[in-house]
Design a protein around this ligand. Structure first.
Ligand code: C2E
Ligand code: MG
Ligand code: MG
Length: 725
């Protein structure tokens, strides 16, 4: 058959012309003809390699209007050029027909083309038969597009099933396993052979509450669906968590035909989650709860305490000398110390109490419930005692103490943030109160503490910003009212303000924080500079006394630093007098004596300040390596008031003279005091009567106006009575 329309037309005309005489295939009777024509299944008659007839179903299947255009066509004309196996359609069609002829019947799949060019899959059955002695082929088609599509879908499902990383189990309605995928085997350790025919309960662990599986089944039956976490046991006995979805699959009648369960092993995810959660809520160094978790527990604790009407206590701990250990022994030692401290705190408490590390060397203890104040105090004492023991850090054994501040719900505050703040404030009070102790929060602490914190912050910056200045108060010889040196007194021009801050308002804090060492170094440097400046201005050598705090005195290489400062400014150490208060010396008399001796050996002189207030016995004086004794102002004020003070002053002076020390009276304000001091044979005084402390810019002209100013050259500080006539 030619593929051209003209050829086909010619053929059809021939066919019709002949058909009118007799049908193209021998007439098998009208009945069979009708059967053929009206059969719902597409059917063809093939003779040679051509379709010589077809029924209406075949025409419809191909999407043609009538069969005229279809007769005398070759099967290849109604097919794509090639079949899916790659063979060209014409050749293959003829091969199929030949096979049918040879075998009587042949069935195969074929792709046909519709009138509109689209394709469909057909299952073709060719039967060879003889009609009125003529060999023809009866050809029946079945459209298998749907079946094909189903097969492809099934194949896809199979691929998904086999390659899914999620475990899949299919069971029948009785929950007997029908199939499992490779991921199932990988996760559970059971092969398909081991699992099929058994129930999923082979995986059961004893990690669930008794009602768990019953609930699961109830939900599954009621809703057709269940989703959740299941703890299962692998074949090797290990337990794991899976996230599982079970779906009931129903058949057309609505009965459950099977269950499909899909699951992922989330054990690792869970472990990571747990780790992350732990990290988020715990301190990495000590493993203790961190601030976040503490706040959680505190809030929760408050809620419980409120409901059950009991107390709750917050203890804020801060180690007293941690920074020193950390700085001198290194961070590893510091870390070890913190871990040991954490362990000791935990060990000294009940298991129900919470210990958290807030960072640095700060810890918080939550006592819940807390007993009466006495109990809380006892707990604080126990913690303090537990920490006040040497800690062996390998190379060295150190002792750190701790200061504890306590706030109590509901007495001092009713919310977490306030409680914590109050405990912190009380902790500062404990530090002020001498460390290694505890304080309960008391109203009024807050503002003071805040101010202190601000002061400390400003103080640190002040040294850098150069906000300090020295004022000088001359010392006067009573005998001739001539100046004989001056005392340097520090002032703080805070924030560049015009108002001056006096030492009483910042020296104690500077001392507490250690800032006094840097401040003191500055004072000594500045004093040396001033001595050199006066000398350069032609005023001669005016000796200056500087005040030195205990912490400064005991700081490393203090004596050496002082002497180096004098060298830097080209003055002799004898120009500098170190004033140290009696109470500072008494803090550690032996150590103080050693340093003071060293200073004197290097050429500086030493004065003991505020003498009479430090509770040292007069006898102690004999052993102190000092040149000058400054009688505290309180005795000078009292001079005029009573015999007793006069006697004290007289005996200090007498003793001083006997020991070869110069005695100076502080705070001389009036002539009566001068008269009494002179009567007691005190040679030198310092006070508002003669001059107030003043800046160098004022003191310089003041000194210059007194041509009779005594200078170092004029007096022998170490000589008896101090002064040359
Ligand atoms: P201080 O060493 O006993 O100094 C004498 C204090 O008495 C000074 O107070 C001075 O202004 C005051 N004063 C002097 N004459 C009179 C008087 O006639 N009447 C009265 N009422 N007061 C008088 P200031 O300057 O406030 O210093 C107070 C204390 O601060 C000093 O006592 C000293 O212990 C300490 N200080 C001052 N400067 C320094 C310093 O640079 N370093 C250290 N560590 N402490 C210092
Ligand atoms: Mg002084
Ligand atoms: Mg004094």
């Amino acid at each position: 058959m030619t593929g051209s329309p003209v050829g086909r037309f010619e053929g059809r005309r021939r066919l019709r012309a002949r058909g009118r005489v007799r049908p193209d295939w021998p007439d098998a009777g009208d009945r069979f003809r009708r059967l053929f024509d009206h059969s719902p299944d597409p059917a063809w008659i093939i003779a040679g390699n051509r379709f010589i007839d077809c029924n209406a179903a075949a025409v419809a299947m191909l999407g043609y209007g009538d069969k005229r255009g279809l007769l005398e066509t070759h099967p290849g004309d109604l097919s794509p050029a090639f079949q899916p196996d790659g063979e060209d359609s014409r050749t293959k069609a003829e091969r199929m027909i030949a096979t049918a002829r040879r075998n009587g019947q042949h069935r195969f799949e074929w792709v046909h083309t519709r009138a509109d060019g689209s394709c469909f899959d057909a299952e073709v059955t060719l039967s060879s038969l003889s009609l009125d002695g003529r060999e023809v082929i009866y050809c029946a088609w079945r459209d298998i597009t749907t079946r094909k599509r189903d097969e492809e879908r099934l194949q896809l499902a199979r691929t998904v099933f086999d390659n899914s990383s999620e475990g899949i189990v299919v069971t029948d309605a009785d929950a007997l396993i029908l199939s499992v995928n490779p991921a199932f085997t990988e996760i559970t350790g059971y092969s398909a052979d081991e699992a099929v025919g058994r129930k999923p309960s082979i995986l059961r662990s004893d990690h669930h509450e008794p009602g768990f599986y019953a609930d699961l089944w109830r939900t599954l039956l009621e809703t057709g669906h269940w989703q959740g976490e299941v703890w299962n046991r692998r074949k090797d006995g290990s337990v794991y968590v899976q996230w599982q979805t079970i779906t009931a699959v129903r058949d057309a009648t609505g009965r459950v035909a099977s269950y499909v369960s899909v699951f992922t092993d989330i054990t690792n995810m869970r472990r990571n989650e747990d780790r992350i959660r732990h990290l988020a809520y715990h301190d990495a160094l000590t493993g203790l709860p961190n601030r976040t978790l503490l706040m959680d527990r505190l809030e929760h604790g408050i809620a419980v305490a409120r409901r059950e009407a009991h107390r709750l206590a917050v203890l804020f701990l801060d180690l007293d000398r941690f920074k020193a250990v950390n700085d001198s022994l290194g961070h590893d030692a510091g870390d070890r110390l913190l871990r040991e401290v954490a362990a000791r705190i935990v060990a000294s408490l009940r298991r129900t109490d919470t210990v958290a590390r807030m960072g640095g060397d700060e810890f918080v203890v939550l006592l819940e419930p807390a007993g009466p104040a006495d109990d809380i105090a006892r707990t604080a004492e126990a913690v303090i005692a537990a920490l006040d023991q040497p800690v062996d850090l390998g190379v060295e054994s150190v002792r750190v103490t701790t200061s504890v501040g306590i706030a109590v719900f509901p007495e001092t505050a009713e919310d977490a943030v306030s409680l914590l703040k109050q405990a912190d404030t009380a902790m500062y009070a404990a530090k002020k109160g001498g460390r290694n102790t505890y304080r309960f929060f008391a109203a009024g602490m807050t503002e003071k503490t805040l101010a202190t914190l601000r002061l400390e912050r400003d103080l640190r910056a002040a040294i850098q910003r150069g906000e300090f200045e020295l004022h000088y108060q001359p010392k006067i010889c009573f005998e001739d009212r001539r100046p004989c040196g001056a005392e340097a007194l520090v002032r703080w021009r805070r924030d560049g303000n015009d108002t001056l801050m006096y030492p009483a308002d910042f020296i104690p804090l500077a001392e507490e924080t250690g800032l006094v060492v840097a401040l003191g170094d500055w004072v000594i440097e500045e004093a040396c500079r001033q001595i050199a400046a006066w000398r350069a201005a032609g005023l001669g050598d005016i000796p200056l006394a500087v005040n030195v705090s205990a912490r400064q005195l005991f700081s490393r290489d203090f004596a050496v630093r002082v002497i180096e400062a004098t060298r830097r400014h080209g003055i002799t150490p004898a120009m500098l007098q170190i004033e140290i208060t009696e109470s500072a010396v008494m803090a550690d008399p032996d150590a103080a004596s050693a340093i003071l001796s060293e200073l004197r050996a290097l050429g500086a002189t030493v004065a003991i300040d505020d003498f009479g207030t430090g509770y040292s016995s007069l006898a102690y004086l004999t052993r102190l390596p000092v040149d000058v004794i400054k009688i505290d102002r309180s005795f000078v004020i009292g001079l005029a008031e009573g015999v007793e003070n006069a006697e004290i002053v007289a005996s200090i002076v007498a003793l001083g003279r006997a020991l070869g020390k110069i005695v100076v009276a502080e705070g001389v304000e009036n002539d009566e005091e001068v008269r009494l001091l002179t009567a007691a044979e005190c040679p030198i005084g310092q006070g508002y009567l003669f001059a107030r402390p003043m800046p160098a810019a004022e003191l310089t002209p003041w000194l210059a106006g007194r041509k009779d100013c005594r200078t170092c050259a004029d007096y022998d500080v170490r000589g008896c009575g101090g002064m040359r006539p």
